[in-house]
Design a protein around this ligand. Structure first.
Ligand code: ZN
Length: 209
């Protein structure tokens, strides 16, 4: 991670179970890394409903972040839990082989949403032989209030909080349960904890120094 942040550039791969998960959890850091020269790829596992609309929203959001977007199961609407774990890991293996990431960002195992936990498990499994840094996010800390921890790594997103909110705002069909002001408040609260104006919080699963 240090190499990406210090030398600029590098390749970053973010996994999310559904459209909008990545933006809520890590949109600020991804926008920052893209602006600093990293190649950012967002991999969304499934679109559970309204596929056409939600795919278009996800692409608009990835454009805001300046990331490439892949929907891993684009051929049919499905839930993550409908996919066999070995098949999920195989698809993750493929995209990891294509992107060759320096940093991977994925769901936290502490996330209380079942599909999000499965994506964490598949990511850790798929990275068994790939040397890279690995961070985990809680896609919705408000909905994970009973989770054990928010994380132990804080990313300064002071210059990118508006980009993060703009990316979340692209998911118009989901805005009834995405509270933009709450996302800003949370980034401010994480900033207060870490000494930045705005921050996102991650769990460090693997860092090479
Ligand atoms: Zn989700």
């Amino acid at each position: 991670m240090n190499r990406i942040l210090q030398e600029k550039g590098g390749r970053v791969l973010a996994f999310g179970a559904h459209p909008d998960d990545i933006e809520v959890g890590a949109g600020g850091l991804l926008a920052r890394l893209a602006a600093q020269g990293a190649e950012v790829t967002m991999a969304v596992v499934s679109i559970p409903s309204n596929a056409e609309m939600r795919r278009a929203e996800a692409h608009a959001s990835a454009d805001v972040i300046d990331a490439d977007l892949f929907v891993l199961y684009d051929e049919k609407a499905c839930r993550v839990e409908d996919i066999a774990m070995h098949e999920l890991v195989r698809r993750f293996d493929n995209i990891i082989g294509d992107v060759r990431p320096d940093l991977v960002i994925t769901h936290s195992s502490n996330d209380l949403h079942w599909d999000h936990g499965l994506v964490n498990r598949a990511t850790v499994s798929a990275l068994r032989r790939t040397p890279c840094d690995l961070l985990a996010y809680l896609s919705s800390p408000e909905m994970n209030a009973q989770s054990r921890s928010l994380g132990n790594c804080f990313a300064d997103i002071t210059g990118y909080v508006d980009t993060k909110l703009a990316a979340i705002g692209c998911h118009k069909s989901q805005l009834h349960h995405l509270d933009l002001e709450s996302s800003r408040d949370l980034a401010r609260a994480m900033g207060r904890i870490s000494g930045y104006e705005y921050a996102e919080c991650f769990e460090v699963l693997r860092v090479r120094i």
